[in-house]
Design a protein around this ligand. Structure first.
Ligand SMILES: [Zn+2]
Length: 204
């Protein structure tokens, strides 16, 4: 499996209309959690965030919101922000634009937001053009790679702390697959940010 833990400039310039990071002028980083809500991982994340008064953005899968409406409500009631991550975690490169937009519309019945993140980061320029009418498309500049079962929690932690900078958008997953690495790295990332004087805010 190949991926960039730090998004290279050429990729950002290829998809200019998407948001990859925010201004480095403020001491703020943006933690994001994809693929929830999940009955074990999401409450864990919320508890960790609360310890540091950190706010985050959760790119939820519509189907998971339908299955865990209480956890979805908890995300919102604790002051975090939800984003749309399609209803069934579709890959934009393998899905017609019509079916892709339909699936996002289905998720929007359960997730009220103007933020969208494409699953796998895979989306076509035409799909972007259509979605831009209703959504800000939020990508990332730092990937924890917590989804990679071939790496340790320690590597996942290092991916974040060595690559992030003020303004970074950082990806974690509140999912079964990422649990071992995310549950190790997240508390340590939060501690690191707090020590560095970096605030953790939700994307608005
Ligand atoms: Zn995803």
């Amino acid at each position: 499996m190949f991926y960039f833990t730090k998004t290279p400039a050429f990729l950002k310039s290829l998809y200019k209309s998407c948001i990859w990071n925010f201004s480095p002028a403020q001491p703020v980083v943006y933690l994001t959690f994809d693929d929830g809500p999940h009955p074990k991982a999401t409450p864990f994340v919320l508890e960790q965030l609360k310890k540091y008064s950190a706010k985050a953005t959760f790119f939820c899968i519509g189907k998971n919101v339908v299955e865990h409406p209480d956890i979805y409500q908890q995300i919102l009631s604790e002051g975090h922000v939800a984003g749309n991550h399609t209803h069934n975690h579709l890959n934009g490169w393998k899905t017609s634009t019509e079916a892709y937009l339909d699936n996002i519309r289905e998720a929007s019945r359960y997730i009220r937001t103007n933020l969208f993140r494409p699953p796998y980061g895979r989306i076509s320029p035409f799909q972007i053009k259509q979605l831009k009418k209703d959504y800000r498309i939020i990508m990332w500049d730092v990937l924890s790679a917590d989804f990679d079962t071939g790496i340790s929690g320690e590597t996942c932690l290092q991916n974040v702390v060595f690559k992030m900078q003020p303004g970074s958008i950082i990806v974690f997953h509140d999912s079964e697959k990422a649990w071992d690495r995310m549950s190790y790295a997240l508390p340590r990332v939060l501690e690191h940010c707090a020590r560095q004087g970096l605030r953790m805010e939700a994307i608005l």
